[in-house]
Every structure is written in C-alpha cells, then in structure tokens.
Design a protein around this ligand. Structure first.
Ligand code: FBP
Length: 548
C-alpha cells in the first residue's frame, strides 16, 4: 500500500517506554485485592482468579532468558487509535523474552478465535503497522465471547497452535468477558493465560486503578481540532449555529473533554441531565435561552456539543425507549404495518406519559425510535440524529419566544456528527507511547505466569518514562449489575462524575462561554515538535490527577 509522507516519517517513531520496562523486569506483588462491590458473590463466581494481588514491575538486576511463548491477540469492539501499537509492543515484548516466541492474530474480533481464523504476525507485518491508526492489521468485531461452548471451540485452535496466552484488547464488556474466560481456562486446567488491555475512545473504562483507556486522547484531539475549525468558521461568518453530536454511546467524557479544549457556547452532559431529572424540553429551553441571549447581543451564531448517548439519559425518554423495546419485541407484526399504522399502534399501546413524550417528538425522530433494533432488541441510539432533534425543537421554542417578544434573531442551524473521523486517526504521541507500553507490559504479565489480569500503566500525566507498569486483577473492578434481566459480574462503567474536577471546571466556566465568545482553536495533532505541543495528555486526565 502507498504510504503518505507522515506515515513514512511516523513509522520511525520510537515509543518512549517507562524506565522499568526498558530491561528485564521482576514482578513485585502487592496486597490481595477485593472487588469494588458485591465481594461475596464475585468471589463465588471466580474461585480461581478472585482476590489476586496487584503486580508492579521493577527492573530485574539478575535477568535470565525466558522460555519461548506462543501468544494469541484479539481486537474487540470499536476501533481506537493505538491498537496497532499495542500489538507491536506485545510482539516486541514476547520477542525480548525469547526471540523464538510467536504471535498469532485472530481475525475480525473474538469471532476469529471461535471460527479459527488467524494469521501469524511476523516482523514484516508488524513493521508495516507501527504507530499507525486503525485495527486493520487483524480487524475487529463485536462478537461476544461469553459462552462455554465458544471458550471450548477457541481452546481447540489455541491448543493446535501451541498458544499458552491470549491477549484481549477491548472495552469494559470485552475485559469482563476476558476475566470470565480466564476463570474458565484456569478451572478446566487449559493452560492458557488471559490478559486484557483497556481500549475505548469513549473513555468509560477507568477507575481507581485504571487511569485511562487508550484512544480517548487521540480521538478527542481530532474532534477538538474539527470543533475548533468550525468555531473559527462560525466566528468569521457569524451566521450559523452548529449542532455537533459526539461519539460516546453512554458516558459523556468525549463531549466534556472537547468542551474543555474548545470552550463552545453550549455543551450538554448527559449525566447532569439525568441527575437533574431534566426533560427533553428542559434541555431544549436551556439551549434556546442561550441562542436568544446571544441574538440579543447581535450574535446569531454559536456551537452546541451533544453527547451521542443523551437520549438514554433523559429519564422520560429512557422509560419511553424501554416501553418501545418491550412493545416491539412482543409484536413482530409491527414491521408489516404502514408508517401511519405504526405511529398509531405505538400511540395506542404506550403508557399515557410515554405516549405524550412520543407525540411531542418530531415525526422523523419518533420513527427512528421504532427502527433498527440491535441483536438484543434495543434501540441503537447512535443512529438517532439527536443533533437534528435538538435543533428542530430549539427552532420551535425560538418561534414561541419570538411570539412572546423575547427573541428577535435569525436561527440557521447546521449539523455534524463526529465519531468515525477520530477512531482510526494516527495515534498521538500519548497514545502511541501508552499503547506500545500496554502491549509490551502485557508480555511481562505473560512471563510472570498470571491470568485474569489487565495490563496497567499509571502516573500517566507524567512523561511516559516515569509511568509505573504492572497488572490489575480484572475481578478487582467487578460489581454485580442487572444485564438483560440477569444479575451478572461486570466491570463498572465509568460515567462523568459531577463532583469530579473535569466537570466542575467546565461548570464554572460554561455561563461565560455561552455569552462571551471565548473559543479555543486547538489545531491538528502534532507528532513532531516541542513537548508542550506534542505530548500533552487530555485535560480530563490532568484534572482527574488533581482528584487523586
Ligand atoms: P467501544 O465501546 O467498543 O470501544 O466502541 C465505542 C464506539 O466508538 C462508540 O463511541 C459508538 O457508539 C460505537 O462504538 C459505534 O460502534 P459501531 O461502529 O460498531 O456501530
């Protein structure tokens, strides 16, 4: 494949490993761990992998040559910048332990393990992908690896290839399943270790022991560049309101980080909407009031950031969606009805409150809510055009304000959705270093003989050479949650904390940003140049470090 000039230059970038990982390491055990909640239940479900100690790697003054190891790797879920560096770090790490070690990549996600589709990753292949974005080296997929017959099927190919360790690169669900797999293989004496790596642009796999998931840094920098560009355009032309939806299927970390970087006029945070029990109309009124106040100053332009998951955080919408899921699951004949019949059917069968909410929605959006269920029968919220829904409702509200003599402006909205633009970007220096170190560190966890651990690097606001490397027992992050009607052990998803410094900083500034235009233009990610331009971690990470 033809390479761009940046790709060629970037291929030579040497990720900066933490000092502890630059030579042979020794694993130092911490205290035994406990899950964050529901300890008794989780201990019972994970008798072989519960309560293990945290590990920290330190330089080994008496290095020995390790045994060769065959390792499998899987990319799971949505793409995130840096995945290729996790794999190249893992490759270099196992070769460092013993140069006869081999790495196999399972193709197109966990499905590759179950269906026995794989490729051996040689140095020629790895070298093509160092410091590049994307997951295309082996592809990714969303097949859930959660049933014992899948585990057994996977074990057949692992045995055939002599693989004794599997690295799963994924988000909260994939790492939850990695822990279940680790427990199962341990229980049956399969002789296969399972190690996880924290991935997701959404930034919602983090907690007391995991500071950040990889990909969030690069993705938010790409979106912030685009938002900054739009802000400069709208500040120049002074005639459009830009409604910008940002990925993040659940938590609003991406929207919040982009707001901190770019200082838009409005940014909605789903977690706050839920905490304040706001209705969709409350959110609309909030935006419309800012549009009207700016218009009164002669400013008929602005930017509004909207997190992708907003709809599901609005309590009344949540109830409506749950009722719709239920209704459609029990009425397969719904699909055969005409549009008018479908609308009437929904209105006739919802509770009174939900029917009112449904009726108040613009027709197109109401219809979207009854389409495109995922395999679990849920609405795919990312397909709902929340940015259009809000701008349409804001337009209606402004008409009302105009009738009351409270608004005399011009409202011309434009719409954007930023998600895929950032998921495969060339990793920032932070993500390039972080991912390479996560993979390299996973090799050390394999050499340490452990299973059910997440590769961990901490101290991430410091230069990468100062990061602390180790391993976290995945069960330590577990609690019990109801999923599809059943209580299950899962890694707690990290939502935006309203008492955390990132949100507090934003909340203390947003009224000012709403009225006096104070846009910041971050510009594109820089890969070469001074550290203050190239190596800055996200503002979320920097502010969260203050909370520790
Ligand atoms: P992961 O949780 O798997 O990392 O994926 C995150 C994400 O990028 C969300 O922000 C988005 O809602 C979703 O993936 C879209 O996924 P897909 O492209 O598979 O529809």
């Amino acid at each position: 494949m033809k390479k761009s000039a940046l790709q060629t230059a970037r291929a030579a970038y040497q990720p900066k490993l933490p000092v502890a990982l630059t030579g042979a390491v020794v694993a130092v055990e911490g205290q035994p761990t406990q899950s964050v909640a529901d300890q008794e239940d989780i201990k019972k479900l994970f008798p072989n992998t519960y309560g293990l100690p945290e590990l920290r790697f330190e330089k080994n003054p008496n290095p020995t040559v390790g045994k060769p190891v065959n390792v499998g790797v899987i990319l799971s879920g949505g793409q995130a910048p840096g995945g290729h560096n996790v794999i190249s770090g893992l490759f270099d790490g196992i070769k460092k332990i013993n140069k006869e070690s081999k790495l196999y990549g399972f193709l197109m996600g966990p499905g590759g393990l179950i269906d026995h589709n794989y490729v051996e990753l040689t140095s020629d292949i790895i070298d093509e992908y160092r410091n590049t974005g994307g997951f295309d080296i082996i592809g990714s997929g969303r097949t859930k690896l959660e049933k014992e017959d899948q585990f057994d099927k996977g074990l057949e190919i692992l045995k055939k290839l002599g693989i004794t360790a599997l690295v799963i690169i994924g988000g909260d669900d994939s790492n939850t399943n990695a822990a279940v797999l680790a427990e199962y293989y341990k229980k049956i004496g399969a002789g296969v270790q399972v190690i996880g790596c924290p991935k997701t642009i959404d930034g919602d796999l983090k907690n007391e022991v995991v500071e950040a998931s990889f990909g969030f840094d690069t993705a938010t920098k790409v979106y912030s560049e685009l938002i900054g560009n739009i802000q400069r355009d709208c500040f120049s032309a002074k005639k459009y309101w830009h409604f910008i939806k940002l990925m993040g299927r659940s938590a609003s970390h991406i929207a919040l980080e982009c707001a901190l970087q770019t200082q838009p006029n409005v940014c909605i945070i789903s977690e706050e909407v839920e905490a304040k029990n706001q209705t969709l109309q409350d959110v609309v009124n909030y935006i419309a009031d800012i549009v009207a106040a700016r218009a009164a100053q002669g400013n008929n332009f602005g930017t509004v950031l909207i997190p992708e998951g907003l709809i599901e955080f609005i309590p009344a919408m949540k109830v409506l969606i749950a009722e719709l899921n239920d209704l459609l699951a029990h009425h397969p004949e719904f699909a055969t009805k005409t549009r008018e019949e479908q609308r009437q059917f929904v209105l006739d069968n919802l509770s009174k409150e939900s029917a009112e909410v449904y009726a108040s929605l613009p027709e197109g959006v109401a219809r979207q809510l009854t389409l495109d269920r995922d395999p679990h029968g849920n609405v795919q919220v990312s397909l709902i055009e929340t940015e259009k829904l809000l701008s349409e409702m804001v337009g209606n509200r402004l008409n009302e304000l105009a009738d009351q003599g409270k608004y005399n402006g011009k409202f011309s909205p434009l719409h954007h959705f930023f998600g895929y633009e950032g998921r495969c970007a060339a990793p920032s220096n932070f993500d390039a270093d972080y991912c390479y170190a996560l993979g390299y560190n996973a090799a050390n966890l394999i050499a340490a003989g452990v299973t059910g651990y997440l590769s961990s690097l901490r101290n991430l606001t410091k230069p990468s050479v100062q990061w602390l490397a180790g391993g976290i027992p995945i069960t330590m992050m577990f609690n019990m949650e109801r999923r599809h009607g059943q209580m299950k052990p899962v890694i707690q998803k990290a939502l935006v904390r309203l008492d955390g410094t990132p949100f507090q900083k934003f909340a203390s500034k947003r009224d000012k940003w709403a009225l006096s235009t104070e846009y910041v233009f971050p510009g594109p990610i820089q890969y070469f140049g001074p550290a203050e331009v190239c190596d800055q971690p996200t503002m979320t990470l920097q502010y969260e470090a203050l909370d520790k």
